[in-house]
Design a protein around this ligand. Structure first.
Ligand code: ADP
Ligand code: MG
Length: 262
């Protein structure tokens, strides 16, 4: 596997790692004057297609803001965000809503399942709303990969936390989005259920070619990723390829130590 960092400046990706999304000089500031907070400070990043990327950093470093801006859930103050060949920072509300619906999947910390629908109904709900017919073969593959085949008729209250989150992941995958974003998707799960969901996310990248971006503060969760980006004070300050949990933990301790002495 190539480990080269690619930052194509002129569009094309000829011979290099394909880019699913990219940020260029992205600034996000909240408030004005004395209360102004710069959550993202000229961020440049390429999210690689068919890979699992984790975003780490201390609380308040801008992880959620970066994810929201990349996913078109929030506007930027300046700079550009591209999803494949579409500059989403140029889109008006209606087009942006459409793009989020058709091309992006989300997994939240709270599973956000509808309690009155069973698992399979929850999984196909977004497509039902959009008037799209799910591809039956794909759906079967997704359900099998998540290991939910036996529980499709169960309602959320009849499922464990880990199973509910796997339903939420299957729901995100079912529509075959170009990219799935998760903000602390294992934040509400115990370590066993978390591992269940993380293995499934890993599998969806390896076996289904899914692109995933996950915000986490957990070194174990980050170790499932192909690449970890480290944010501090709104800037990407480091990255790690093929991380182990121990390496991620060491790197975090390093940052903490530096933070205390500077
Ligand atoms: N809606 C908002 N209004 C004002 N400040 C915000 C808002 N959202 C985030 N911030 C600030 O932006 C910075 C980055 O926040 P966030 O992206 O949520 O960090 P993280 O997810 O890494 O904890 C923090 O200082 C936070 O207080
Ligand atoms: Mg956050």
């Amino acid at each position: 596997m190539t480990t080269a960092v690619t930052i194509p400046r002129h569009g094309g990706t000829g011979g290099r790692t394909a880019v699913a999304a990219r940020a260029r000089q992205v600034v996000k500031a909240y408030g004005v004057g004395e209360t102004r907070v710069v959550a993202l400070d000229h961020v440049d990043v390429d999210i690689e297609r068919g890979r699992f990327t984790a975003i780490m950093g201390p609380s308040g470093s801008g992880k959620s803001t970066l994810m929201h801006c990349l996913a078109g859930l929030d506007t930027v103050t300046s700079g550009e965000i591209h999803l494949a060949d579409t500059e989403i920072t140029k889109l008006k509300d209606k087009k942006l809503t459409q793009l989020r619906r058709d091309r992006i999947g989300f997994i939240f910390q709270a599973f956000n399942l509808l309690p009155t629908l069973n698992a399979i109904e929850n999984i196909t709900l977004p497509m039902d709303i959009a008037g799209r017919r799910p591809d039956a073969d794909w759906l079967r593959q997704v359900v099998e990969t998540v290991g939910l085949a036996e529980r499709l008729k169960h309602r959320p209250t009849q499922l464990s936390g880990g199973q509910q989150q796997r339903v939420a992941v299957a729901r995100a995958l079912a529509a075959r989005p170009e990219i799935i974003f998760g903000d602390e998707p294992t934040g509400n799960l115990d370590s066993r259920a978390g591992a269940e969901v993380l293995s499934f996310l890993r599998k969806s990248v390896d076996e289904l070619g899914q692109t995933i971006v996950m915000v986490t503060h957990d070194p174990v969760a980050a170790s499932y990723a192909d690449r970890v980006l480290y944010l501090a004070d709104g800037s990407i300050v480091d990255e790690m390829r093929n991380p182990t949990a121990d390496q991620v933990l060491d790197r975090m301790k390093d940052f903490d130590a530096r933070g205390r002495t500077s």
